[in-house]
Write a protein that binds this ligand. Sequence first.
Ligand SMILES: [Zn+2]
Length: 1060
Amino acid sequence: MSQQGYVAAPPYSQAQPGMGGYQAGFGSGPTQPLYGHYGGPPQTFSTQPTGMMKSPVSSAAGMPPPPVSSQYNPNIQQNGTHPQRYPSSPAAAAAAYGPPPMSQYNSTASPGPPAAQQLSNQMNAMNLSSHGPMQGQALPTSPVTHQPYQMSAPPAIGQPRMPPGPQPSSPQMAPLQSPTANMGGMIRPFSGPPPPGAGGFQQPGLGSGGPGFQQLGPEGAGQGFQQPSLTGGVPGFQQPGLGVAGPPGYPQQPGQFGGHMAGPQPGMPGAFPGGQSAMAGPPQKKLDPESIPSITQIIEEDKVARGGHVYSTNIRGQVPPLVTTDFTVQDQGNASPRFIRCTTYSLPCTADLAKQCQVPMACIIKPLASVPKDETPLYLVNHGETGPIRCNRCKAYMCPYMQFVDGGRRFQCAFCNCVNEVPVFFFQHLDHMGRRVDFYERPELSLGSCEFVATLDYCKNNKPPNPPAYIFMIDVSYTNIKSGLVKLICEELKSLLEKLPREDGAENSVIKVGFVTYNKVLHFYNVKSALAQPQMMVVSDTAEMFVPLLDGFLVNYNESKAVIYNLLDQIPDMFADTSESETVFAPVIQAGVEAFKAAECSGKLFIFQSSMPTAEAPGKLKNRDDKKLVNTEKEKLLFQPQKAVYEQLSKDCVAQGCSVDLFLFPSQYVDLATMADVPSHTGGSVHKYSNFQVETDGEHFLRDLRKEVQKSIGFDAIMRVRTSTGFRATDFFGAIHMNNTTDIEMAALDCDQALTVEFKHDDTLSEETGAFIQCALLYTNISGQRRLRIHNLSLNCSTQLSELYKNCETDSLINFFAKSAYRAILNQPLKNVREILVNQTAHMLACYRKNCASPSAASQLVLPNSMKVFPVYMNSLMKTAPLVGSTELATDDRAYHRLSVMAMGVEDTQLLLYPRLIPLHNMDMNSEALPAPVRCSEESLADQGMFLLENGHAMFLWLGQASSPELIQNVFNVPSLAHLQANVCSLPELDNQLSKKIRSTISDLLEERPNSMKLVIVRQKDKPEILFRQFLVEDKGLHGGASYMDFLCYVYREIRQLLT
Ligand SMILES: [Zn+2]
């Protein structure tokens, strides 16, 4: 394909389903209530706030010292199996921990890789008359402090420049580059004259500041950028100072978004007068797609540079290795990136700067993340009845950022600056550095993360909680009986219940279990250990749900094992002849809540449902699927749940600490948006197995069930994110519920679930002090103990935008954008949401180019090093089912995809948006390591090849049509591809190296990921291959959406428009 072709060809000049939004572009404002922020008010309910995190009455100063001294050992045990391994010798520890604490938090930015990757035009195309004087174009507020890496030879004067050649950060990848496109990523996408087709993108009015680009002054901006969540919907979100004196939120609306960049800029008079003509040049040679920034390359580079290393968290604002890199974390005062990751580790000092660059300030918190075996588990601190030390004013918990003064008698809070008395029992002298001499003996003084035993003040009704319970609720209607699902579940439970989660070292799990079956009515089972046979009690009044038995319903598995076995054997037979096809759903959840209420415990419901609940009962649903709504203003209705009953049910669940895991086995539309509403507000998960068949889907489902049952989890959780002065948490995304603007409530939270938190300025941040975040999670653990888990993170602040860009994390950014866009589509037309995503992408990159990049030709696309591959992820996000707007996609699938992302951590969104494509046909059998993944593009495939593709939710084994018979024989035990049966979903166990290696690779992946995946085997050119192709995210979308190359060209063009 010629270069000309890339520029001239649609997709952008035609109305394309996926990219239709582009047309409106910057030119016109949206017709809908503005995005404002992606998305309408957060999904909160409006009951009155409930209190949380009551301040412990006993923590007041002047308490008599408790029996234990300030010695740390007697009070502390490790969460894991090695109690009291915490370094006890301050001297030794000091040596290990390096510099003294205050200097640890100095703003020592890690030496980063080169700042910019430049995609440059061919030299001849860079023949510009006016691209030089860039120095004078930087905004006064953000002088260029960092010279990006120059790969081309721009005629800049007086700018230090690295010699041309392979970038040091990517030595191992350099050979992969085409000769013409040396590693810097020089490509020459745009040098032909603007093609006729591109006319659609000409944006009249840009230069003259058209209506869509009105530049809003600070006052105007205060209004224009006000977010709906701040002004309406949720009054509680109104932040004093935000709309009035303080800076506004960020512009995210298409119409206003361009305001800062469009039109004549004071700082950039006639920046690139060459304008369009600069693009004139000779026809292009063939463009090498390999030369545009590659995610697989970035991932491999980071693995080489940082893989296997120890990552010490002793530096403020340090950017961690990528989520795809294996590394070991040593907590030295900041939370591990396994717990918290940020979109940027250097916050802009002012709201104006934040607004200027439009890079969101957010963090993704996974409070209960699993810690690998080679890392120290969190320390558990027990202060007895006094509980943890907190700031009297803001209630922040003691952490490494608190500063002790006055000889150690007082401490200044890092979050609100209040000076507090140190309780007598906690007093300790300071050393000559001003540090407490017990610094290394107290985890809360020296570690970024630790856990406290919560006192009764932190428990419901001041009573210690009861152990949690799991209730298994099986739909025994005709479909589930006939498919064999009920039998499958009952068989599996017999062995699975042996593996209920338990605390390290405990012999048995304390979690109680209960059983319900249902169709139109509910059957409860008494499985008390004293019984010889289980007893069934039927409740047919589903309108007033109650639990007909208390004693014997929730039992200890080990005590009642015989009765439970008996029950699980009987259930499939009891309903074998059923003809009942109608089911209820809301009453099933209600029954679970009532059971937990009666038992005064929290817990989880595992519901196995096959169909839409159509029986006469609360929460009855009807088919409201309507493909005609796709690509209309009303498309959002497809994603919105039916409220009423389910909204109330969510509230009841959260209040009781009842989490709902839903396993759906639909054969048609079930209104998933509504059925998944309760799970998605209660920290639950939804799993969907369309047209379930035991033979092909059984194992896949069972793997999911096992993961969900065995997962490490916390219940009845409430979380608060505190920040130092100058900024605050304003928006929250996750499987959560919020009664007010600050307390995040979760019926449960497991080790894979994450919350994304957005921050906004409410004042100026200081470069010197930096910014602090403290996440406090109060929860009941699996053994029924109330715990407080604290994560602390310190960030840098800078007046230089270049610092912000240098310290961005693309994987976190895309997590934030995915969640905010997916929430936005509940309230806005998809077209608007897509537009905003593209516009914001262009804006972020244009702002970098304008303020941070060194002078270079206008025809170059200059990307910050940290965001080199951001456009790939963004383009992939816009092609996902929820955002693509295609009638070919099932409404339930789109809703399912949307909801499944909302509680994902950074690892999961990264993988989802850029699947791993691993070539298996020429593996090195002597190497333990897997072959490096290749780009997710058809170009990577080979006719003789075999590739494994996985994204955390789907897994494919793709076989090229010219695969060698030997390969096929070794893996499938058939002589050729033609002999391969359709519908094969597992590999035979063969005794050869290749077979073993592929099978172990697959089983490792299935083990590693939070969800199970169904292995689908596809042959090149077979019909099912189309399923596989949609995961090749660098290619054009099957249901609409641009290829990566086209998207990059489009973004490039937008950036140029913004800079003109
Ligand atoms: Zn405070």
